[in-house]
Ligand binder design. Structure first.
Ligand code: NAP
Ligand code: GLV
Length: 306
């Protein structure tokens, strides 16, 4: 069996060594133009040329959860695309989002500023009932995040494409229930895939539906949020703040107004990192399942775009 690996920004040597160790019978190599035909490709943001040249693939594994970059390419019809299915990401996402929600709810930034000013002062305790959190996307990551938030007794709402019943979460589904979901939420967390249906979802009108003093946490893709509309709602006071991990252009250009905005907390697309050994274990187990003719979780529905 032959496996080719390509990534635009991951540690190639570590991935190839890890895949080779997990697949001792296979030949694992770095993809380069003109290399021998492979059975499987393991990739992150590959060039079109890889797909054009590797016409005999049995499956293509994406070393991330989101496939928006991959689906911009011209993919051979019927080629199974398998994305990472958790592989250690959901716990990271739950940590990140709970940290952002709690930091905002408990006003820890203000306490830090007071401590720097040698100021011993208390703020009035807030009720978590006044901070319902809405999670856009109830997939692998969104469900874990929603559950983690519910553990802290925040009222939690969720929104997905297809209807769900999840203990402790008020579930909404489809475009018809989006307004009700937004109006019920004060904090909104975006964990949607980026598709034609979800691009620019958080625009001026939808952000206006959040409860006053709203808060936005975007950990999905930058293009879910209309930057200028977010800034306008922060500046008008309708929104109290935002924590943003993802941006339309990454790295975020130094001239972008998000950098210096007093109500925005930024991180450099790090909320849930691809963990190499967990990911390799998952990918290799799925290759074995495919070889046995079994279905695997995480297969992308290219018509839906995720
Ligand atoms: P997933 O399991 O595919 O879940 C996607 C969720 O979004 C599902 O609940 C799906 O609804 C819902 N959805 C999709 N299209 C929708 C629509 N038009 N209307 C309403 N709901 C819709 O994906 P995941 O593994 O949780 O990952 C989610 C995203 O997180 C990824 O696509 C990626 O962009 C992002 N991500 C970011 C980082 C980071 O470090 N910042 C790391 C990993 C992933 P159904 O349940 O009905 O299908
Ligand atoms: C990271 O953003 C991913 O999609 O895995």
């Amino acid at each position: 069996m032959r496996v080719v690996y390509y990534s635009v920004d991951q540690d190639e040597a570590g991935w190839i060594a890890g895949l080779q160790a997990a697949l001792p019978q296979a030949q694992v190599t770095l993809w380069h133009s003109g290399c021998a035909p492979a059975d499987y490709a393991v990739v992150w943001k590959p060039p079109q040329q890889l797909l054009d040249e590797q016409r005999g693939l049995r499956a293509l594994f994406n070393t991330g959860a989101g496939v928006d970059a991959l689906l911009k390419l011209h993919l051979p019809a019927g080629l199974p695309i398998i994305r990472l299915d958790d592989a250690g990401m959901s716990v990271q996402m739950a940590e990140y989002v709970c940290h952002a929600v709690i930091r905002h709810f408990r006003e820890f930034a203000a306490y830090e500023a007071d401590m720097h000013a040698l100021k011993w002062s208390f703020r009035k305790p807030r009720s978590r009932l006044d901070f319902p959190v809405g999670v856009l996307g109830l997939g692998v990551l969104g469900q874990r995040v929603a559950r983690a938030l519910a553990q802290f007794d925040f009222p939690v709402h969720g929104w997905s494409r297809t209807a769900k019943v999840l203990p402790g979460i008020t579930c909404h589904a489809g475009d018809a229930q989006l307004d009700a979901f937004l109006s019920a939420s004060r904090v909104v967390v975006c964990l949607l895939p980026l598709t034609a249906q979800t691009e620019n979802l958080l625009d001026a009108q939808r952000l206006a539906r959040l409860r006053p003093g709203g808060y936005v946490i975007n950990v999905a893709r930058g293009a879910h949020v209309v930057d200028a509309d977010l800034l306008a709602h922060l500046d008008s006071g309708h929104l109290a703040g935002a924590t943003l991990d993802v941006f339309r252009v990454e790295p975020l250009p130094q001239s972008h107004p998000f950098w210096n905005h007093p109500k925005i907390t930024l991180t450099p697309h790090t909320s849930a990192r691809t963990l190499r050994s967990e990911s390799i274990a998952q990918i290799v187990a799925k290759m074995a399942a495919i070889e046995r003719g079994e279905a695997v979780a995480g297969r992308v529905d290219t018509d839906q775009g995720y």
